[in-house]
Structure formats: C-alpha cells, structure tokens
Write a protein that binds this ligand. Structure first.
Ligand SMILES: NC(=O)c1ccc[n+]([C@@H]2O[C@H](COP(=O)([O-])OP(=O)(O)OC[C@H]3O[C@@H](n4cnc5c(N)ncnc54)[C@H](O)[C@@H]3O)[C@@H](O)[C@H]2O)c1
Ligand SMILES: [Zn+2]
Length: 364
C-alpha cells in the first residue's frame, strides 16, 4: 500500500521565530517504508528530528565548508564531490568509518547534501548491518524535488549510472529553502528542469504558475520556491506511489530523459540542461504525432528559456543520434519516448528512430 497525504503544520521553530508561515508536510507510506517530506523546514531543526538518538552525518566537502557551523553535534563523515565519487569505494570507506564510530542498527544516518550524498547515504544506511534508519537534509533543488523522493538509493558501478542500489524510504527529508541561496546558478536551473518536467507530465496549473512566477522562482522568493518544491514533491510522490518499483507509470518520470541521456552522455553538459533539450525534442515529436498543440510546445520552449535552460545544442548531432541507437531500451528501429499529451498529461509511445532524426533537426 502506498499513501501520500498532505498537511500544513505550524512548526515549533517557525512559530518561535514569530514568522507567520506554514511548513508543508507530505507523508509517504510505501512498501519499502514510511517517509515524511518537510518542505520549508530548517537545517537548524535537524536535532529535533533526530529525537535524541545517536546519529552520524554524511556530507560532501563543499557542504562541510559552507554549513558545518549549522550541523548539530554528531560525528560527521565527509565524502568528496562529483559523480565520480558515487562508487562502492566511497561506500566501503563510509562502512569503515561507521565501524570505527561503533555505529549499530539503532544509529540514525543523516545525509546532508545534494542527490549524490542522498543516494550514497540511503544505500549505506540500507545495507550496513542489514539496515539502519536514515534521513536527508536535501540541499540542492534537484535533491529536494527529485533525488530524495521515491526511495531509490544507489551508486554507479563499472561506468554505469546507479547500477547497484536498493529501494528504501528515508524516515524524513528536510527541504530547507535557505540552503538553495548558495547553490550555483547551473545547479539551480537543473532543479528547475525537473520541476518543469513534473508540471508537463502531471499538472497544468503548476505549469501556468511557473509561466507567471518564473522571475520570483529564479530569485528564490520564499513562498514561490516553497510552492514549487512542494507541488513537485507531491507529483513525484503520487507517481511513485502508484508504481513504487518502476514497473509502469513511474516511467513517465523519464520525460525528456531518453533523448536527454544521449545528449548528456555525448556532450557532457549538466543533466538538467540535457533534459531540457530532451523535453523540447519530445514535445516536437508530440506535436508531430498530433498529441500536443504547437502553441503548447512553444510555451514549453519559452518557459525553459526563461529559467535559463538551453533548448538546443550544436555540434554533436551524429554522436547524439548514435548514442540513441545504442540505447538499451531500443527495439529495432524504435524507441519508447514519453510524450506530453497536452500540458499536464503524458503517454509513452514507440517512435521510429527515423522520425526522431527528422523531427530533431536543428535541435542538436
Ligand atoms: N535517487 C533518485 O531517485 C535520483 C533522482 C534524480 C537524481 N539522482 C542522482 O542525484 C545526483 C545529482 O544530484 P545533484 O544535482 O543534487 O548533484 P550533487 O549532489 O553533486 O550537488 C551538486 C553540487 O552542488 C553542491 N551543493 C549541494 N548543496 C549545496 C548548497 N546548498 N549550496 C551550495 N552548493 C551545494 C554540491 O557540493 C555539488 O558540488 C546524481 O547522482 C543522480 O543520479 C537520484
Ligand atoms: Zn533527471
């Protein structure tokens, strides 16, 4: 059974500071555990969620430099930064430190960081001593709206992304909007790409809201960014809830990702930027298939551009097409692509590679 219910709660800290604002909470009850996502909660309240237990914090060295003074007083294991450290070697080093710290199954592990820290923390906590409780303080926009929601944890292996992993829910996820202020502009835009994705596949109102409020979103205006994160979490939690272990519907979350992955792999541009171009490509295909009015494809283009995301890339066409031909999910001359059926709904359809080649001319 999977449940996602939503409440708005006064939070003690928010209350104590006299701020008249709500923290929004999303509860997820999945086969692989129960999770509470706290949107608008503060890193400073982490100790409250640790609830008197022994805890070990895992973070990366960048976050350690920026926010060490705000961490509660528990031992900290620091890992490096970047996709290259998301490996079993890093996991191995963390296990060794947990042994030294005499961590046991009752110790709470807390990952403070972006998607990389969250993915590694979830994997370590799920496997060390056959599993210990864990929580996240998601510090990037992408981690808040995507990586920390849904219970997927894992590491790269043998050059393949997320090849080794588990499904398991964190006990809690703190989404502290203040942390986003130190995030780099490209990392922020990558998070927005996933929010736009959620809006296109599931929520026309959210899309319209983004069209109206993108300047405040980019400026991280508190009410706006909090709404965007929250709505996004609810959409992802809902989709995952109906298909926790990725057998069907969850695949619509791959909107923009089939072509996006080929672009990312070939050009090395950041994930969110590649997904942005992938969404534009998929929208064009949807227009050609009569699923999406051309004016809605234009709206998607405009919104992505406003959020400082690219909608095309030059100079890599043959390599991108060849990467697509090597896609594991290809069947003969056909690939399955997630297509927007209007804004707010998505379908998965087989498309011939010949059509993809023709329709994407001028995009990459
Ligand atoms: N488990 C899932 O369902 C899922 C979903 C999507 C992505 N992911 C994974 O997430 C990872 C990408 O996550 P990401 O984009 O958050 O990357 P990341 O964790 O590498 O963070 C990006 C950079 O931002 C820095 N950073 C983090 N928080 C910061 C802050 N508040 N201020 C300043 N700098 C900060 C980090 O140190 C890092 O250098 C990938 O490995 C991907 O596979 C997992
Ligand atoms: Zn993505």
């Amino acid at each position: 059974m999977f449940l996602c219910y939503i409440e708005k709660a006064w939070h003690s800290e928010i209350f104590a500071r006299g701020l008249k604002r709500f923290m929004k909470t999303c509860h997820i009850q999945g086969k692989t555990g129960k999770s509470t996502i706290l949107v608008g909660e503060s890193l400073h309240q982490l100790e409250y969620h640790i609830r008197g237990r022994r805890a070990v914090i895992i973070t990366d060295d960048h976050l350690m430099d920026l926010y060490r003074q705000d961490f509660p007083g528990h031992p900290v294991i620091v890992i490096g930064c970047g996709e290259a450290i998301k490996t079993l070697d890093t996991v191995n080093r963390i296990y060794q430190q947990l042994v030294k710290l005499e961590a046991d199954r009752s110790t709470l592990i807390v990952g403070i960081g972006g998607g990389i820290v969250c993915d590694i923390t979830g994997f370590v906590a799920s496997t060390y001593m056959r599993g210990m409780p864990f929580g996240f303080v998601a510090s990037t926009l992408l981690a808040q709206v995507d990586a920390s929601v849904g219970g997927k944890n894992g590491v790269n292996f043998g050059g393949f992304k997320n090849m080794v992993g588990v499904f398991n829910q964190p006990e809690f996820v703190i989404c502290d909007m203040n942390l986003l202020r130190t995030l780099s502009k490209p990392d922020l835009s990558c998070g927005f790409a996933e929010i736009v994705k959620h809006a296109i596949i599931a929520d026309a109102d959210l899309f319209a809201y983004l069209e109206e409020h993108w300047p405040e979103a980019l400026a991280l205006e508190p009410d706006v960014i909090e709404k965007l994160v929250y709505d996004s979490v609810v959409i992802k939690a809902g989709v995952v809830g109906r298909d926790e272990t990725e057998k069907g519907e969850r695949r619509i979350l791959n909107f923009g990702h089939t072509i996006g992955h080929a672009i990312e792999k070939t050009t090395g541009i950041p994930h969110g930027e590649a997904v942005s171009i992938g969404m534009v490509a998929a929208s064009r295909i949807a227009v050609q298939q009569g699923l999406l009015p051309a004016r809605d494809a234009d709206r998607i283009n405009t919104l992505l551009t406003n959020l400082h995301l690219p909608t095309r890339i030059t100079g890599h066409r043959n390599a991108i097409l060849s990467a697509m031909r090597k896609d594991k999910k290809r069947e003969g001359n056909t690939i399955h692509v997630v297509l927007p059926a209007g804004i707010g709904r998505a379908v998965i359809q087989p498309v011939s590679l010949t059509d993809v080649e023709m329709i994407t001319q001028g995009l990459f």
